[in-house]
Write a protein that binds this ligand. Structure first.
Ligand code: FEO
Length: 396
């Protein structure tokens, strides 16, 4: 349990959670675990920036003890109240009851309502500076990135930004820095993280990026609260956030479907062929056997989402409900949608899927496609042509 040096006298003292498989309850799958990053600054005022999830309090304290006695900590900065970053705070406060806690006004309210601690709080706002000795902490409030209480902490003398959840990845690793792990893997996990947590907050992400850019502060290292620290090329993740938040897209499609006796599956395959014929790369996803979190990640690039289901009880198959419900919450930016499916004695699936797509902010790319019972060769040809027509809309 050793600390890791970031900059002179600044250490990572967090924890690696190799076992975390779901985050935010059973909503967001985290196949690669995660880390809880906490940073210790040794200066005239010894300062800890963020803590870790409660079960890892001992691990954090052990790393701190390799550097100093934790009771010597003067200041604790809480960038964000969520329990994965503050769960260890009560344990820590038993050792340092005199320490002053710096957080936003909403952060203080949140901490009081989580832990009910009689602690010494100081509320900070954007632009406030906290001298530590050789270094200064500068605070930037970041409401809704991703909670109302969130803020970033910046150390100008080190060009180091500690933005808590922003720019993070759920990625457990033996390594702490971006240049020590595979870049494609880190970016894929960063994208997955953005799509499943920050997507609905994209307008605020863009605003914050502009605000930070206008501050004209040099940033040579970004140390988020999850995953690896960006020291090799921090600009890479900033640019990716700008791209994702602004809704840039590629001529790609995701076709998500579920089937009862194979008719909707046959339609889905024909639609994918039609998309491909017009050079729109499509991923075909059977909802019941795939990780739906990956679909949201694909939507960071894909312009079009096509959803298919047979009609059952006048609507779509319920296995699609978690995906469609989550979609309406995540609200992908600047995306097109379309619906299709087979039916028997009554329709309903397409209409209800279209309503969900529109509720999620997608623009319908064309009329939905419904076919009776089992599609024949001519009807499958219609699916193919429908896919081609959608592809042409994608590229318009
Ligand atoms: Fe919003 Fe990593 O917690």
């Amino acid at each position: 349990m050793n600390p890791v040096l970031l900059k002179e006298d600044i250490y990572w003292v967090g924890a690696v959670d190799w076992d975390m498989r779901y985050f935010h309850g059973p909503v967001y799958s985290t196949h690669r675990g995660t880390t809880y990053n906490s940073f210790l600054i040794i200066d005239q005022k010894i300062t800890l920036v963020d803590t870790v999830f409660a079960p890892f309090a001992g691990e954090m304290l052990e790393r701190i003890r390799k550097i100093i006695d934790p009771s010597r900590i003067d200041y604790i900065v809480i960038n964000h109240v969520e329990t994965d970053h503050t769960g260890a705070l009560p344990e820590l406060m038993k050792l340092v009851p005199q320490a002053k806690i710096f957080c936003t006004a909403r952060g203080k309210a949140g901490l009081l309502k989580h832990y009910y601690g009689e602690w010494d709080y100081e509320v900070v706002q954007t632009g406030m500076k906290l001298p530590l000795g050789r270094r200064t902490l500068s605070f930037i409030e970041a409401p809704m990135l991703h909670w109302p209480d969130s803020m970033f902490t910046y150390i100008p003398e080190e060009e180091l930004l500690m933005p808590n959840d922003a720019f993070g990845q759920h990625l457990a690793s033996s390594f702490r820095f971006d240049d020590e792990v595979d870049n494609e893997l880190v970016m894929a996990e960063a994208a997955r993280y953005y799509a499943n947590i920050l997507y609905p907050l994209s307008k605020m992400v863009l605003k914050k990026l502009d605000e930070v850019s206008a501050l004209n502060i040099p940033i040579s290292m970004i140390a988020p609260s999850h995953g690896v620290i960006w020291r090799d090329n921090p600009g890479q993740i900033i640019e990716a956030y700008r791209r994702w938040a602004s809704g840039e897209w590629l001529p790609k499609a995701v076709v998500v479907y579920e089937t009862m006796w194979g008719s909707t599956a046959a339609m889905a395959r024909a639609v994918v062929e039609g998309l491909g014929a017009e050079k729109v790369a499509a991923t075909l996803v059977k909802a019941s056997i795939r990780d739906l979190n990956n679909i949201f990640t694909e939507l960071l690039e894909a312009r079009l989402l096509v959803v298919g289901s047979p009609t059952v009880n006048r609507s779509y198959l319920s296995v699609l409900s978690p995906f469609l419900d989550e979609l309406t919450g995540l609200k992908p930016v600047n995306r097109l949608g379309a619906a299709f499916g087979s039916y028997g004695w009554s329709k309903g699936a397409v209409k209800n899927i279209e309503a969900k797509l529109e509720a999620a902010g997608l623009t319908l790319a064309g009329e939905g496609l419904e076919q009776l019972w089992v599609p024949d060769a001519g009807e499958l040809e219609s699916c193919y042509e429908w896919g081609r027509a959608l592809a042409r809309t994608v590229k318009e």
